[in-house]
Design a protein around this ligand. Structure first.
Ligand SMILES: Cc1ncc(COP(=O)(O)O)c(C=O)c1O
Length: 355
């Protein structure tokens, strides 16, 4: 007899299967390790944080600092173990019945589906077209269904790296009263945010991450911005003390030293544009520039061979080819100068020999 929720039995467990290679250019991580960059500060601050306690002043300090950075009020914020945990809580809070669903464009961040599945919320998709254009009419039509509880916009989108226009975002917000999530995980790369619309649209929710520009994927820290009432509702489904004091302390240190991480982000953007320009010179290769820390590539029917060749050369990329419009596409995370140089060199070598 199956002892868990019926529709779990057929579901697959979330399993991130990533090869361990010398040059990890597959998960949109940073090469700057916060613990190396600001170790003394972290150790110093940890001296006032007593891990025998459930809570400490660091929580209040982190809310204050994060509100200052995000330019919102403290009661408009809540934080979690990465954006992922924020998504999980949000999906839990909106699910009304087995008929409830969220709508998102596709392809988009894969784990929207994983966490919707996890909490028993269906997810419906509106496919992007071949040029990654968003069909807003189709999206709004699905959203109009009574059972639609949440509209998800990934901006910039992963894996296409593209932004919706402001006009598109406003059209969506002006034509629904359902909750609208704008996932701004790559905000520091795109510099586009809709947080100023939170005072106008009470249904708007924004998520941001410390995993990308703040270089701290392994820290697991992300936050959600909305109006104070929505934050209260979300807190009703959250576990108590969901973020450990050590994580909060490191997040606070990162914010206090954010100039280091934001300077690194600026460098990654520069590297991304350089890698893009160098790859553009290869006529056989399709390369898509983005508003993120990754690029999208396709070498038509040789893409899989290129992917394998790079793996054999100790470079891990991400195969994003599952969606029909992404067939034969791979994603490369911009890395250190050395990694980027070797990567471009190896792509050139492959094209010279095999195309
Ligand atoms: C669009 C998007 N949203 C959310 C996440 C998850 O972020 P976090 O590491 O903060 O959980 C990612 C991670 O790659 C992402 O690309």
């Amino acid at each position: 007899m199956y002892l868990f929720r019926k529709n779990l039995e057929a579901q697959k467990a979330v399993n991130i299967n990533v090869p361990r290679k010398r040059r990890m250019m597959c998960l949109n991580e940073s090469t700057l390790d916060p613990f190396e960059a600001i170790k003394d500060k972290i150790i110093d601050k940890m001296k006032d944080v007593h891990l025998n306690r459930y809570f400490n002043d660091v929580t209040g300090q982190l809310y204050t600092k994060l509100a200052e950075y995000a330019e919102v009020e403290e009661d408009q914020l809540v934080f979690g173990n990465g954006v992922d945990e924020m998504l999980y809580y949000l999906f839990t809070a909106v699910r009304e019945s087995s008929e409830s669903f969220a709508v998102s464009f596709s392809p988009s961040y894969f784990d929207y589906k994983s966490y919707c599945n996890a909490v028993g919320l269906t997810i419906k998709h509106v496919n992007l077209d071949e040029n990654y254009a968003n069909d807003i009419d189709a999206f709004l039509e699905i959203a109009a269904d009574d059972n639609c509880k949440l509209l998800i916009l990934c901006n910039p989108n992963n894996p296409t790296g593209q932004l919706l226009t402001e006009e598109q975002v406003l059209r969506i917000l002006n034509n629904t009263d359902k909750l609208v999530l704008i996932d701004e995980t790559y905000f520091e790369f795109s510099k586009v945010t809709y947080k100023n619309l939170i005072s106008k649209y009470s249904n708007l929710i924004i998520t941001r991450s410390f995993s990308k520009a703040f270089s701290a994927a392994g820290l697991r820290f992300g936050y959600l911005i909305s109006n104070a009432d929505n934050i209260v509702q979300l807190k009703k489904v959250m576990t108590a003390f969901n973020i450990g004091l050590m994580t909060q302390t490191i997040a606070l240190c990162i914010l206090e030293e954010r100039h280091i991480f934001l300077a690194h982000t600026a460098e990654v953007i520069k590297f991304r544009n350089e890698v893009y320009a160098r790859l553009k010179k290869i006529p056989q290769l399709k390369v898509v520039n983005t508003h993120t820390n990754f690029l999208l590539l396709s070498l038509a029917d040789k893409t899989k061979q290129l992917f394998d060749f790079l793996q054999e050369n100790d470079i891990a990329l991400r195969d994003v080819g599952a969606h029909p419009i992404m067939k034969n596409h791979i994603r490369v995370t911009i890395s250190s100068k050395e990694d980027n140089d070797i990567f471009v060199q190896k792509v050139n070598e492959f094209v010279r020999e095999k195309c």
